[in-house]
Design a protein around this ligand. Structure first.
Ligand code: DUC
Ligand code: ZN
Ligand code: ZN
Length: 469
């Protein structure tokens, strides 16, 4: 299969230029002008469109057991929704079960995706069983194509590990050229404050933000950055949502430490006011860490602008608002009796790019090139996929988003493709929408029509010893 994309304006992390793209067997084989159209199967006219690398979402949770239920998107529905929103690759989390190995976790997650995947994907693995054999297993993960390891400082008695395991994992990962990632909230403090709040009968949704305060996130983030100072091991701090946490990362980076930061699209828009409602509506936005105050939301944008964070992900972890309906897994209603029982997570895999473009580029906060860095290229660099993914260059996979910067769209659960009954950006009128989305040269979405297929997506092994950006 041979195709040409012509007349588009190519926007990469580094440059904006006009060129046509020649694609052969899913790979970009030339950039130029006036390619011979007589010998190709398809010519795509991208006049008036921006041609960008497809989005890479480095943080998702599809088909994940959590909070007494399962996240509601699987590897097909989640991939379909991702593609509609311009995302062509994602990295999901395989979670170790206590008593099992991390390699087993990766194999379990590979099975979840096999035959369902519609876009390409990879996995991080979470070390949740804090025993020395887990740390010793770290180099084995590379044989599975996995080069990043996740540590939880929160979710006591579930995923959380102690500081000595965290430090050992950091060192072992660094020795093997792997990137450690961390969920930075103080799990012991959350557990204690939760107990105290419940003893006082404080079950309204807004108390989630008291138990998951900015101080709790910032303390763990500062501790994580200090651990980087002690070990000089690369660390990527996921889903940073508060000003003081961002400040810790900024300070670490100024010192030259190999620390990198991720924020999520919901933190650029939502605040704690969304959760702190009188009724149960607030449950929709309960996630950990939760969005915080106006000042924190402003700090997220500052961090996006000044490169304190290198990626904008989603932490996509959808749960039905009403999971009691036929055919649905239990959802947010599990927490009707209190915020502490609400499954943590928000949907966003489909919304990330249009919302980031609209608030960021149209809002005058970031350039189109910075958008590409945050949405795609930086994740490819950090996680060992670049330049195969995240770039428009000769030899790269033709994972492309043809983006119409003039197209207006109102985001709504009525029209989205995520397998969930609400949308965090309901009613937001965005300008800029993906018109056509390709993975390895195959069109998955065109003008709002699904042309992809279940099983097309490939597991993509990743390299180690990656760039620290
Ligand atoms: N936070 C969430 O809100 N959901 C999934 C896991 C996490 O850390
Ligand atoms: Zn997390
Ligand atoms: Zn997560």
């Amino acid at each position: 299969m041979k195709s040409i994309i012509k007349n588009g304006k190519i926007v990469t992390a580094g440059e904006t230029f006009e060129a046509d793209i020649l694609i052969e067997e899913g790979v970009i084989t030339n950039l130029g002008k006036d390619f011979d159209e007589s010998s190709v199967d398809e010519v795509i006219d991208a006049a008036g469109l921006l041609v960008m690398p497809g989005g890479i979402d480095p943080h998702t949770h599809l088909d994940m057991p959590f909070g007494g239920t399962m996240s509601s998107d699987d590897f097909f529905t989640g991939h379909k929704a991702a593609a509609f929103g311009g995302t062509t690759f994602h990295i999901d989390f395989a979670l170790q079960s206590k008593g099992s190995t991390m390699v087993e976790a990766i194999q379990t997650w590979k099975k979840k995706a096999e035959g369902k995947a519609a876009i390409d994907y990879s996995f991080h693995v979470a070390l949740t069983d804090p025993v020395d054999s887990s740390v010793e297993e770290i180099p084995e993960l590379l044989k599975e194509g996995v080069s990043s390891l996740k540590i939880f400082m929160a979710y006591k008695n579930v995923f959380q590990v102690d500081d000595s395991t965290f430090l050992k994992a950091l060192k072992k990962s660094a020795e093997n050229g792997m990137t450690t990632m961390v969920h930075a909230e103080n799990g012991d403090a959350i557990a204690l404050i939760t107990e105290e709040l419940l003893a006082e009968g404080k079950t309204a949704m807004g108390y989630h933000n008291v138990a998951h305060s900015a101080a709790i996130e910032a303390e763990a983030t500062n501790r994580a950055v200090a651990f980087v100072e002690m070990t000089n091991a690369p660390l990527y701090i996921v889903h940073i949502a508060c000003k003081d946490g961002l400040e810790a990362v900024r300070r670490g980076r100024k010192k030259g430490l190999p620390v990198m930061g991720e924020t999520c699209i919901q933190y650029t828009y939502l605040t704690d006011a969304a959760i702190d409602t009188k009724d149960f509506e607030g449950a929709k936005y309960i996630c950990s860490p939760p969005p915080k105050g106006d000042e924190d939301r402003d700090a997220v944008w500052d961090a996006i602008r000044d490169d304190t964070v290198q990626t904008v992900a989603t932490d996509h972890c959808p749960f039905w608002f009403d999971g009691t309906k036929e055919g649905r897994t239990p959802g947010k209603e599990l927490g009707k009796e209190g915020w502490h029982k609400v499954p943590n997570g928000v949907p966003g895999i489909e919304d990330r790019l249009p919302v980031l473009w609209h608030l960021g580029v149209n809002g005058g906060k970031i350039s189109p090139n910075r958008f590409v860095e945050l949405a795609s290229t930086n994740a490819a660099k950090v996680f060992g996929l670049y330049p195969k993914k995240g770039s428009v260059s000769i030899g790269a996979d033709a994972d492309l988003m043809l983006f119409d910067p003039e197209k207006e769209h109102t985001i709504s659960a009525e029209t989205h493709h995520m397998n969930v009954d609400y949308n965090c950006y309901e009613g937001m009128k965005v300008k800029g929408w993906p018109k056509q989305v390709l993975v390895r040269g195959k069109t998955l979405v065109k003008d709002g029509e699904w042309l992809g297929e279940e099983g097309y997506g490939n597991f993509t092994p990743r390299k180690n010893f990656n760039e620290i950006i």
